[in-house]
Design a protein around this ligand. Structure first.
Ligand code: KIV
Ligand code: ZN
Length: 390
């Protein structure tokens, strides 16, 4: 039987768990609730609200998000032991739709150095943990931590055990961000074939960005048949971060011709979500960040500005309104040309006559050499000074 993956890709947000557990990104309860509201408005499929057994604070945060969120499934992380799972169940009690996300390390490094367990013991722990979770939850996800550094055949055995015990989502994390897109595609193709999931079971990807490949790896996983991407707003997460949600989702949307899948996200909320996270954590995203960075829809070079003034598609593959960003800006600086300068002056109400154009442009270039960006006020001063001289 060949596995027919559905067209819908679920978006599992872990900003409040994997994102929040990284240095510089801790959030107050109020901040987490604000973030959960924007994630609900974005229409993500799942919000991982925390790790209920990790601390009383995490427990309360999971409980608070569970009490409020109406649309998305709310989820808590738990190790495959009864205490963690019961604690998750307690915290998620008020949720309308809930999921237990149980995990255990499966790689030789984790088995030998962290867990001190043999393969058979890991399989027993998976079977026991998932079965226990299924007695409480209709929706259980299993993650094989450090899956990508696990022996392929043993990894398939772990996932099969979890599926037979009742897990409906099989998550295969690249915990240390070690894999390449080609390897990711190959390993998921192998696993989907080896595990032969039932129709109501889906594979999930959870990529870290240590080599800067988390988004590319997540997309490669989707090409192989994976139907859940675990990701965070602005790509925050352990060490170099997780797959950035806005990048993965906009890639799926912009390149539907390549991936042929859909998500249910209201992408016009991305900018708002990104800025809210900046405000809550005090950490700014890099200016040139894809999709939500301040330069994502800004143009300074003269040739680019000329192209943009004729047709936005010359230098933009998506519209700022698709992600809720402010309209494209033509930044006036030393690389700008006459088209952009005189178009801006016209917007500011200054028609510059033919004879004044050269001196105004020359004065603009001198000014631009001294400043990163020339402001509207500087332009007004410049144009009145130059036309007085003509
Ligand atoms: O990176 C990872 O392996 C994780 C799991 C606990 C899902 O965050
Ligand atoms: Zn992770």
């Amino acid at each position: 039987m060949t596995y027919e993956p559905p067209a819908h890709v679920r978006i599992f947000d872990t900003t409040l768990r994997d994102g929040e557990q990284s240095p510089g990104f801790s959030m107050t309860m109020k901040g987490k609730l604000k973030m959960a509201r924007v994630l609900s408005a974005l229409n993500v499929d799942v919000i991982e609200a925390g790790f209920a057994a990790a601390s009383p604070g995490d427990f309360e945060a999971v409980q608070a998000v569970a009490s409020e969120a109406e649309g998305p499934i709310v989820c808590s992380l738990a190790r495959v032991n009864e205490r963690d799972i019961d604690r998750a169940a307690e915290a998620l009690e008020p949720a309308r739709r809930k999921r237990a996300h149980v995990f255990i390390g499966t790689s030789p490094t984790h088995r030998e150095h962290k867990l001190r367990m043999r393969k058979g013991e890991v399989l027993d722990a998976i079977d026991h943990g998932v079965r226990h979770a299924r007695q409480i939850f209709g929706d259980v996800e299993f993650s094989a931590e450090d899956a990508m550094r696990t022996e392929k055949t043993f990894l398939a055995e772990c996932l099969k055990t979890a599926a037979e015990a009742g897990a409906k989502t099989l998550n295969v994390p690249d915990t240390v961000g070690y894999f390449t897109p080609e390897e990711t595609f190959d390993v998921f193709s192998y696993l989907i074939d080896a595990v032969e999931p039932e129709d109501d079971v889906i594979f999930s990807t959870h990529c870290h960005d240590d080599l800067g490949m988390a988004v590319a790896n997540s997309l490669a996983a989707v090409r192989a048949g994976v139907r859940q991407i675990e990701c965070t707003i602005n790509g925050i997460g352990e060490r170099a971060g997780n797959c950035a949600m806005e990048e993965a989702v906009m890639a799926l949307r912009t390149r539907k011709d390549t991936y042929g899948v859909t998500t249910q996200l209201d992408t016009a909320r991305f900018y708002e979500a990104s800025r809210l996270l900046e405000d809550i954590t005090g950490e700014k995203v890099q200016r040139n960040k894809a999709v939500v960075g301040r330069n994502a829809f800004a143009h300074e070079a003269g040739i680019h500005q000329h192209g943009m003034l004729s047709n936005r598609k010359t230098y933009e593959i998506m519209c700022p309104e698709d992600v809720g960003a402010p309209i494209s800006s033509l930044v006036l600086g030393k690389h700008s040309g006459k088209h952009a300068l005189f178009a801006r002056l016209e917007e500011l109400g200054h028609e510059v006559g033919i004879e004044a154009r050269e001196p105004v442009f020359a004065a603009f270039k001198l000014l631009a050499d001294q400043h990163h960006e020339v402001s509207d006020d500087q332009l007004r001063t410049l144009v009145s000074g130059a036309s007085n001289r003509v």
